[in-house]
Write a protein that binds this ligand. Structure first.
Ligand code: SF4
Length: 434
């Protein structure tokens, strides 16, 4: 898309869900604690499936179209965008927070603006795979799939959980794909975790004012329950992937015996597809056992490639940053696919210090892929909890991506775990069917 001729105007809300543009102010972005102007060539139209949030207790910051100075929009509350999967945001929404403002829930808050009757966001489509594009979901097919699989597996607690909670309540994109019989199938397995992430999406302590976006699994599935529905998926779905480690559970590596037995049993029945684990990577010795059993790929989640930033956020029990690095090395040593699920926070992710640490992590682990995930967290709350008053010099997210592409041409960028066809075949293949 060509560069905009001018910056979009700032948006504000009346506090009752109505959003307006203020044509006396150009929209700006936020990086760390700083409000900064956004280059015109970094805006794209808000993609299909994106939504807008009003931010109570916050006043938007913009550039006065006449004076060029920065000032607050006093007309209403600030507005931010939740950009859809497969897109990575370059700047957070810029606003000033009032003293009594509530902590924002666990969503991402990308900058947003308005121009020529369209909403704009500073972002890029980082992943061409269409598996979570909202226009691809059809609830008639989904509901038929739910009925069919609940009848096919009447005693399977995990299929019941995926149907009633994940698909029909949380509208989880992965669960909906499973019930449409395609692509990546989720396998939550662990009710417990060995980390205490500040922004955990499946468990928030009582004393916190925000709630987790989904409830954590309450039972330990058996290998029989897991194998019963995953083998037919691997056998019949296009570009099949089955993934341990989902947003509605704790840490899957705490269930390594069950996962090991499941993988062994799956591979007795079918060689098809990719068996993946999304994990905090805390137990390299368990990862080695899963690789020996037949694990194809791993995705390790992290907010940073810096030990002190990682441990301040994950607050790990009995493991440390070096363990997650070791888990990536273990899978690499077995020839498996290695990704990081990298929580993007403009001002932190693109800081020079982080960039240097990330280069080291990529080289040290021979990393295959970075999944550039927008960090779903209240920016002030996150920086406050980590005690960060100053984020240091920054490169800008767009430049960070360009620098890494140049230095590591083999390294893949995306948002989703790739199918075995992409891992073993042409990674840049036609995505309409991947
Ligand atoms: S590793 Fe996952 S489940 Fe565990 S605390 Fe962090 S976000 Fe929550």
């Amino acid at each position: 898309m060509s560069s905009l001729k001018q910056s979009p105007y700032i948006l504000y809300s009346d506090g009752n869900g109505h959003i307006f543009e203020d044509t006396t102010l150009y929209a700006v972005g936020r990086s760390g604690w700083d409000a900064i102007a956004i280059p015109k060539n970094e805006w794209i139209e808000l993609p299909e499936g994106g939504s807008l949030y009003e931010l109570p207790g916050r006043r938007g910051i913009g550039i006065d179209v006449k004076t060029g100075g920065m000032r607050l929009c006093e007309k209403g509350w600030a507005v931010a965008a939740f950009i859809p999967p497969a897109h990575t945001g370059f700047y957070i929404a810029a606003y000033e927070t009032m003293d009594d403002a509530p902590t924002l829930p666990l969503f991402c808050y990308t900058a947003a603006g308005w121009l020529n009757n369209k909403f704009y966001v500073p972002a890029t489509r980082i992943e061409q795979d269409i598996r979570q594009d909202c226009e691809g979901y059809d609830w008639v097919t989904i509901n038929e799939g739910v009925d069919k699989f609940l009848q096919a597996y009447p005693h399977n607690r995990l299929v019941k959980h995926l149907a009633e909670n994940c698909c029909l309540t949380y509208h989880c994109p992965a669960a909906r794909n499973y019930f449409m019989g395609r692509w990546e199938c989720p396998i939550p397995s662990s009710p417990a975790c060995n980390a205490n992430c500040i922004g955990c999406i499946s468990f928030q302590p009582q004393e916190e004012t925000i709630t987790s976006t989904q409830d954590r699994l309450t039972f330990k599935p058996t290998a029989e329950e897991i194998v019963e529905f995953t083998v037919p998926h691997l056998e019949s779905a296009p570009y099949p992937i089955v993934s341990f480690g989902q947003g509605c559970e704790g840490e899957p590596l705490l269930m390594w015996e069950t996962i090991r037995d499941s993988i062994i049993e799956m591979r007795k029945h079918t060689p098809k597809g990719s068996i993946n684990i999304n994990t905090n990577g805390s137990r390299p010795e368990s990862v080695r056992i899963l690789c020996e059993a037949g694990l194809d790929s791993i995705r390790v989640s992290t907010n940073s490639a810096r030990k002190h930033i990682y441990e301040a956020y994950y607050r790990p029990n009995n493991y440390q940053f070096e363990d997650i690095v070791e888990s990536l090395k273990v899978v690499n040593s077995f020839g498996g696919w290695t990704s990081i699920n990298y929580f993007v926070f403009p001002g932190m992710t693109d800081s020079v210090e982080e960039y240097e640490a990330l280069r080291k992590l990529i080289s040290e682990t021979n990393l295959k892929m970075i999944q550039w995930r927008n960090f779903n967290i209240d920016p002030d709350w996150y920086l406050g909890k980590l005690g960060i008053a100053e984020t240091g010099a920054c490169l800008g997210m767009k430049q960070l991506l360009e620098l890494l592409r140049d230095e590591f041409p083999q390294l893949k960028f995306g948002y989703f775990n790739p199918s075995i066809e992409r891992i073993k075949g042409n990674f840049e293949a036609d995505f309409a069917h991947h």
